[in-house]
Design a binder for this molecule. Structure first.
Ligand SMILES: NC(=O)c1ccc[n+]([C@@H]2O[C@H](COP(=O)([O-])OP(=O)(O)OC[C@H]3O[C@@H](n4cnc5c(N)ncnc54)[C@H](OP(=O)(O)O)[C@@H]3O)[C@@H](O)[C@H]2O)c1
Length: 279
């Protein structure tokens, strides 16, 4: 297939390139080559390249930054996604769009399924939801993939931050009342590679299996990495950050499993591989 990838230098985008490049013809773009906020250029670029499918990994992902830069958040995450959908509709190709657990409000007592009511509590979540809505309005053929708590080789993320902090701090405090599904971008990229071979369009939750709090995740990272550090649990309210985060963010990969795909491995297995690679 001829695949156009946006945000190909990002954490997920760079793993997608690795996973797809041997079997497909890739047009891997950065914001310099294709700024998705420019509607005319985006639509023209898609028409000129005429891909079989577009995968949108481009986003303004700084969750706290979005609270300050509201216009930019909606421009990239909302309008940018819409522009890609318009381009895809012009050439008749499907769009794969990466979205987030932050479209939910976090107030649930069971894992979120794809058709649960959305209700984002942060600017980032609201802007990502705007992108989801625009795509569904414009296209019939789309895969919207909500994922969560990503980490990968090519980006800043929680495991890297924890391991860096532990080099200079014998004690760390980590939030214990936010629960989610840590997900390795390489595993997600492999799942996307499988999904695009099908025409099972729609909204998907795709994460590594099993869930934990940030506190549990930090402790597990240190156990795997064989690092000794004292980790103290704190509540999110004691750990002030500009953007509110959903407290319960576990995504059930319901549609993925119903459509016959294998559940992704546990985050506990995935993080072991990741730590071996980065150390
Ligand atoms: N990180 C997480 O924990 C997480 C969790 C759930 C969902 N997601 C979603 O997963 C996707 C991938 O996230 P990620 O963490 O891999 O992101 P990332 O590392 O921040 O990469 C995002 C990329 O978007 C590109 N970009 C920004 N503005 C752009 C524009 N106007 N036009 C074109 N490209 C633009 C940047 O490209 P340049 O470098 O070329 O400027 C950047 O490389 C995003 O949709 C994100 O919302 C992430």
């Amino acid at each position: 297939m001829k695949i156009l990838i946006t945000g190909s230098n990002g954490m997920l985008g760079s793993d997608l390139v690795k996973v797809l490049e041997n079997d497909h013809e890739l047009i891997a773009t950065t914001s310099k080559v294709l700024d998705i906020t420019d509607e005319d250029k985006t639509v023209d670029f898609i028409k000129e390249n005429n891909p079989d499918i577009v995968i949108n990994c481009a986003a303004y992902t700084n969750v706290d930054g979005c609270e300050e830069n509201i216009d930019l958040a909606f421009k990239v995450n909302g309008e940018g996604s819409k522009n890609l959908a318009i381009g895809c509709s012009e050439v008749g190709c499907p769009l794969v769009h990466i979205s987030t657990d932050y479209v939910f409000n976090g107030e649930n007592t069971r894992p979120w399924v794809e058709d649960d009511e959305v209700g984002p509590i942060s600017v980032y979540g609201k802007s990502k939801l705007e992108g989801e809505i625009a795509i569904q309005e414009i296209l019939d053929k789309f895969f919207i993939i909500r994922t969560a708590w990503l980490y990968g080789v090519n980006g800043n993320n929680f495991p890297k931050t924890m391991l860096d902090l532990a080099k200079h701090h014998p004690e760390l405090t980590v939030v214990t009342d936010e629960v989610g599904c840590p997900t390795y971008t390489l595993d997600l990229a492999k799942a996307i590679a499988e999904l695009i071979q099908t025409d099972y369009y729609g909204i998907y939750h795709i994460t590594n299996s099993d869930s934990c709090s940030w506190f549990d995740f930090a402790n597990y990272i240190f156990e795997v990495a064989d690092v000794t550090v004292e980790v103290t649990p704190v509540s999110a309210s004691e750990f002030a950050r500009p953007a509110p985060r959903p407290s319960y963010s576990v995504l059930e990969n319901k549609k993925w499993v119903e459509n016959g795909f294998e559940p992704l491995r546990s985050y506990k297995e995935a993080i072991k591989d990741y730590i071996n690679i980065i150390r």
